[in-house]
Design a protein around this ligand. Structure first.
Ligand code: GDP
Ligand code: IMO
Ligand code: MG
Length: 427
């Protein structure tokens, strides 16, 4: 039965949390397959607002099994804090499953993330400082510590000694920071092990069996396509694969299991951290979008950089993810504009590009070429069907759909659960 992947089609914060929550009562499993607590997914249910970082948004739906799969990196203190916070608000959390193969974020990963950023100065990536990059680097270097390692004291100590032998040299000699004590870290993490144990499972086996039994599995991406380690604006990216292909490796499912790929795309564009962003607005329109859209980071509280919709980016996302359906969010934010600029291509170094240029150097110099679509003044946050939207808003949606190269199956007109126009079922 179907496995559906949800991917951010821009630079993150497209509204993935809301999109996942919307289908919460129609799916059986919601799975995080990459990233860690760098994510910030907002879900609004009635007058309650939840900000989730590490847990799948499906944890808020009582009949869903939330899964943290092998591709995720876990900071245990953050995980327990988030679980505690939800329990205090009456959310049941005992259904959670955590892969034995997921990697652990260790204190030295957080320390290295922060210190390398500081040393990069102007060249910094603008990471969330949560230790994500260094944890994935260790995973690839085969020096990482996995969830299962926490249950074997001998292995854990061995791996920690090996890792700290190396990291302490770097922290003290390269960065002039204090080193970490093996025993202290060992005690801290063995302390977490018992709290983690009830959740740990072979999540790949569980998900494949669930699919065999006809259940629906929803793979919730974090970050976005342009933050993908391979397909994003490298090096200004995150250190995992949010793109649809990453869902298979990150959850232990074969590609033939995925029947649908839903791309979440904002009616304009935002980005947090450094890196190229052709349609970024440095004028009062950028502030207008930020204020109207509430574009402030859920994780770090930073101002999000704001700009107009970029069609080549949406098209690129359709291509690299195989997007079958788009969920266009935040259309309501654009109410009140006479004309809405939409980027249809770029000029860079005297050349016109209809697609994202091949090299980063060209993309850094890309100046957007705009088409101007008619705006609307009406408040559309109460619309509940496509037909209730003003004609010009309908035309904006249809034009974006044509430019993006895949059907827009849902439209967000506000943060609330009910503020969605579902034109075709997302599940
Ligand atoms: P995520 O990281 O992709 O889950 O997105 P974030 O939660 O970081 O940012 C999206 C923000 O937009 C959140 O505050 C949502 O509550 C809000 N949001 C989602 N969809 C809509 C929408 O259609 N309209 C409006 N106005 N806000 C929305
Ligand atoms: P959600 O899931 C937006 C950005 C950071 C930085 C870069 C690398 O809420 O869409 P990292 O800490 O991952 O090494 O930082 O990636 N970034 C995000 N931007 N939304 C996110 O998640 C992000 N997660 C990481 O700002 O530029
Ligand atoms: Mg976010």
């Amino acid at each position: 039965m179907p496995a559906i992947t949800l991917v951010g089609a821009q630079w993150g914060d497209e509204g993935k949390g809301k999109a996942t929550d919307l289908v919460g009562n129609r799916v059986d499993y919601v799975v995080r397959y990459q990233g860690g607590n760098n994510a910030g997914h907002t879900v609004v249910i009635g007058d309650q607002k939840y900000a989730l970082h590490l847990l799948p948004s499906g944890i808020l739906s009582p009949d869903v099994v939330p899964v943290i799969a092998n591709g995720v990196v876990i900071d245990p203190a953050v995980l327990f804090e988030e679980l505690r916070g939800l329990r205090e608000r009456g959310v049941s959390t005992e259904r959670l499953l955590v892969s034995a193969n997921a990697h652990m974020i260790m204190p030295y990963h957080r320390a290295l993330d922060k210190v390398t950023e500081r040393f990069l100065g102007k060249g910094r990536i603008g990471t969330t400082g949560r230790g994500i990059g260094p944890t994935y680097a260790d995973k690839i270097s085969r020096t990482g510590i996995r969830v299962q390692d926490m249950f074997d004291a001998k292995i854990l100590r061995q791996k920690l000694e090996l890792a700290l032998h190396d990291k302490n040299q770097v922290l003290t000699k390269v960065f002039n920071r204090r080193g970490l004590d093996v025993e202290q870290v060992f005690d801290e993490y063995t302390g977490y092990a018992e709290e983690l144990r009830p959740f740990v499972a072979d999540t790949s086996l569980e998900l494949n069996r669930a699919l065999d039994a006809g259940k629906t599995v929803y793979l919730e991406g974090s970050q976005g396509t342009l933050l993908d380690i391979d397909h994003g604006t490298y090096p200004f990216v995150t250190s995992s694969s949010p793109t649809a292909g990453g869902a298979c490796a990150g959850a232990g499912l074969g590609p033939t299991r995925i029947t649908k790929v839903v791309g979440i795309v904002k009616a304009y564009t935002t980005r947090v951290g450094s890196g190229p962003f052709p349609t970024e607005l440095h004028d009062e329109w950028g502030d207008w979008l930020r204020q109207k859209g509430g574009e402030y980071g859920v994780t770090t509280g930073r101002n999000r950089r704001c700009g107009w919709f970029d069609a080549p980016i949406a098209r690129y996302s359709t291509r690299v993810n195989g997007i079958t359906d788009f969920f266009l969010t935040k259309l309501d934010v654009l109410s009140g504009l006479e004309r809405i600029p939409v980027c249809v291509g770029y000029q860079a170094n005297g050349t016109r590009y209809d697609e994202i240029p091949m090299t980063q150097t060209e993309f850094h110099h890309a100046v957007p070429v705009y088409e101007y679509l008619d705006g609307w003044n009406e408040d559309i946050s109460h619309a509940r069907s496509f037909e209730e939207l003003p004609k010009t808003a309908q035309a904006y949606v249809r034009t974006l759909e044509e430019m993006a190269g895949a059907p827009i199956s849902a439209i967000g007109v506000g943060p609330g659960r009910d503020q969605t126009l579902e034109l075709r079922s997302l599940v």
